[in-house]
Design a binder for this molecule. Sequence first.
Ligand code: HEM
Length: 483
Amino acid sequence: MEAVAAASPSLGASFLPTSSSTILQLLLLMVMLVYLVVQTLVPRRRSTCTAPLPPGPKPWPVVGNLPEMLLSGKPAFRWIHHVMERTGTGIAGVKLDGVHVIAISCPSIAREVLKRQDTNFASRPLTLASETFSRGYMDAIMSPYGDQWRKMRRVLTSEIVCPSRHKWLLDKRADEADNLTRYVYNLAGAGSGGAVDVRHVARHYCGNVVRRLVFGRRYFGEPRPDGGPGPLEVQDVDAVFASLGLLYAFCVSDYLPWLLGLDLDGHGKMVREANEMLTRLPDAFIDERWRQWKSGEKQGLVEDFLDVLITLEDAEAKPVLTIEEVKAQSQDITFAAMDNPSNAVEWALAEMVDSPEVLKKAVEEIDGVVGRDRLVQESDIPRLNYLKACIREAFRLHPVVPFNVPHVALADATVAGYHIPKGSHVILSCIGLGRNPAVWDDPLRFNPDRHIPTDPMADVTLTENDLRFISFSTGRRGCIADL
Ligand code: HEM
């Protein structure tokens, strides 16, 4: 999940417009003064913990480090990485208003958070964008820790992303792989002068697969003879990526909620517009399918994920999900399945074009395993170790987002000897981990061989449970798709 330049406090790649930042700075000053007066009058809960907070710049009263972050002229994610570089400790803390944001680039500290103390870091931040895109936290990805998250995650793991369904939908995925081959073949041969826009093709392939599995169809509009997307599919995929770019991008009102109505940086407007585009086509489709099932017009055959979600019943034959929950689940699947895979493929291919010897090895492997008389099948993947190593290397070196999806501390904790207050937002730096020179030799070099195990019988996997880089993450909030 560009979750996935998407994921992280606030730490996606968004910039504040200059005029807005000037107004913001004035407002922040005003807020600081007002809060200072209030703070001196209202006593606050003091922590009894003696461990120090993670190293970072000294916060101002009330607004914390917000002023210097805004004045730095850098996007939030870059500024936080700059702070991490200065501290050099693999963990750094900044304070944005009252919220401690803890950034981590050391794998052993990351494991302490997402493995040893996983239960305590199993929540998500409440932000304007995540609340909007999750329809008021009805989903699994963005919901804070609690019953609703548990319910939606359980539905996904037991009914959607599980081995039996994976098998059930194999033909549809194979059909989409054929469609991709046909489309690329048409593009390479047709009027485009042989050029293939890999980003466009990879994103639309993911979009096609999601629509096919969830809605049982490749096109929201009319089919295209060359296998490419029509205007409605382009609109749909653009809306998904626009929304992912806003999800967890820095927004000042997430930290100063009373600024919400003013929408100084225009974030609220962008979120509303993106959500409108994002939901328009799928919602109409889900409304109609819901009507068909509930009216008895459709019965019996369950053909796609949407049918599964709508017809799901509990032990007393009562529907498990409301229509809003079905919409939230469908959207989670869409969000989750688009940016990570397409980004990894795009970068792996770009690096291969740049390193012909890597490309040659990958082609030789495919020739050896698959041969030249047929197309690659899903069942070949376990034996394509070098190709998987290329994808691992793309995850490591070119993560789709600078930070993993944020986690929130449910209680005070001590990590690596530092005090992490309850409510802290903890963000693992995908860049900091994957390019950490203490972990990786020559970290900026695309070198798939580093992932090839010395044991020739051992498989290359795409998961990275030791968190030396982020692929599917791990723990209670880890990805459910690491089958
Ligand atoms: C290349 C493919 C994918 C990659 C690399 C990937 C990676 C990730 C990552 C890094 C997270 C955040 C984990 C954390 O918070 O620490 C995540 C969460 C999640 N992913 Fe994936 N993902 C992929 C595909 C999918 C697919 C196809 C689904 C299908 C529905 C999916 C479902 C989820 C869900 C539901 C969560 C949130 C879990 C929770 O908060 O409880 N992912 N994924």
